[in-house]
Design a protein around this ligand. Structure first.
Ligand code: UDP
Ligand code: MG
Length: 328
């Protein structure tokens, strides 16, 4: 029997836990597949973990990994993929925004031999500002980065065992999953669905976080911004040299005229600005190198009812288990 493993990152989703579990369960009634549902509790402050544990008592398919603090959704996805034991894995949000009714189509795609079956959503019901921001972002970013990033395509997807292993071979700490999924390539099928509004709880993304996520996407997959700094620098240098020669020639011919206050101040401001921007961009990359060299684990586990399967040697040793238990 083939097993489909679900990876469900959950942060303050106590009400949604039983709902999503039931919804997934229903999809498997009368099918020849087995399933396991792995919740990754990202150190929720509500009773998410309690809700998962109550489920796990009754259903052996309900499994969980609970983090020692909030490490974010990216870390949760990584933890999930490192723990799943099935033949394929479906990553989806716990808030029911990723319709479980697509599961059958996704599994069918997997049986057709696709390594990634991607669920793509439209943007019905989103605020105009957010829609516009994301559209502009994707148009811009695809001009810059070396991989293809598509609007409406996110983490909601099925990955074959080969695809899971490929993802886990990428050891980077600051993960931008959307980019990683695109980077591994492999056979892909896209299914589209209509955007669903969140039912319980609220979104954890503020505009600032979305902005940071955008910068991550830009920086993680290319070094073009660095080159942009270099070219701007070179152009400015050439232009100023021409200007200096031109002025010098003028001085030799006609002698010094007005003291060039305006030109001087504009040159200083312009160059100062360009230098600060360039430094900022370089700083972004240096910062990333700094964090990557620390080789810190992407998350710490507080408690789990799963055995960690060693998927490959490279990711080995990056997960530490804390043998201390929380009160409940
Ligand atoms: N999530 C998480 N850790 C976080 C924030 C969110 O595991 O720090 C989970 C959350 O429980 C949900 C999914 O990631 O299952 C998507 O989060 P959210 O619904 O807030 O994002 P949106 O749908 O608004 O993009
Ligand atoms: Mg959501």
């Amino acid at each position: 029997m083939k097993i489909i493993s679900f990876v469900l990152p959950a942060y303050n989703e106590e009400k949604n836990i039983p709902l999503i579990f039931k919804a997934i369960q229903e999809q498997f009634e009368g099918t020849p597949y087995g399933y396991e549902i792995v919740f990754i509790d990202d150190a929720s402050s509500d009773d998410t973990l309690g809700a998962i544990k109550r489920l796990a008592k009754q259903h052996p398919e309900a499994r969980y990994v609970s983090f020692s603090r909030n490490f974010g959704k990216e870390a949760a996805i990584l933890a999930g993929l490192q723990h799943v034991t099935g033949d394929a894995s479906i990553i989806m949000d716990t808030d029911l925004q990723h319709p479980p009714t697509l599961i059958k189509q996704m599994v069918a795609g997997y049986e057709e031999g696709y390594d990634q079956v991607i669920a793509k959503r439209d943007r019905t019901g989103e605020s105009g500002l957010r829609k516009l921001a994301s559209q502009t972002y994707y148009t811009l970013i695809n001009k810059i980065v070396d991989i293809e990033l598509e609007d409406g395509v996110g983490d909601f997807r099925l990955l074959s065992r080969d695809a899971i292993d490929a993802i886990l071979r990428m050891n980077e700490n600051q993960r931008f999953s959307k980019g990683l999924f695109s980077w591994i390539g492999m056979e892909q099928k896209i299914i589209t669905y209509q955007n669903v509004l969140r039912q319980n709880g609220e979104t954890k993304w503020s505009f600032r976080q979305l902005f940071n996520y955008g910068v991550d996407g830009l920086i993680s997959f290319n070094s073009k911004p660095l080159r942009f700094c270099f070219f701007t620098g070179v152009s400015i240098l050439v232009l100023s040299m021409l200007y200096i020669l031109f002025t010098l020639f003028g001085i030799i011919q006609d002698g010094v005229e007005t003291p060039g206050y305006f030109t001087l101040i504009s040159a200083i401001l312009l160059l100062g600005g360009i230098q600060l921007v360039s430094l900022g961009i370089i700083g972004e990359y240096v910062g990333r190198i700094y964090f990557e060299t620390k080789q810190r684990p992407a998350y710490l586990i507080q408690e789990t009812n799963m055995q960690r399967k060693s998927v490959n040697e490279q990711s080995e040793g990056r997960v530490y288990k804390i043998h201390r238990h929380r009160g409940n």
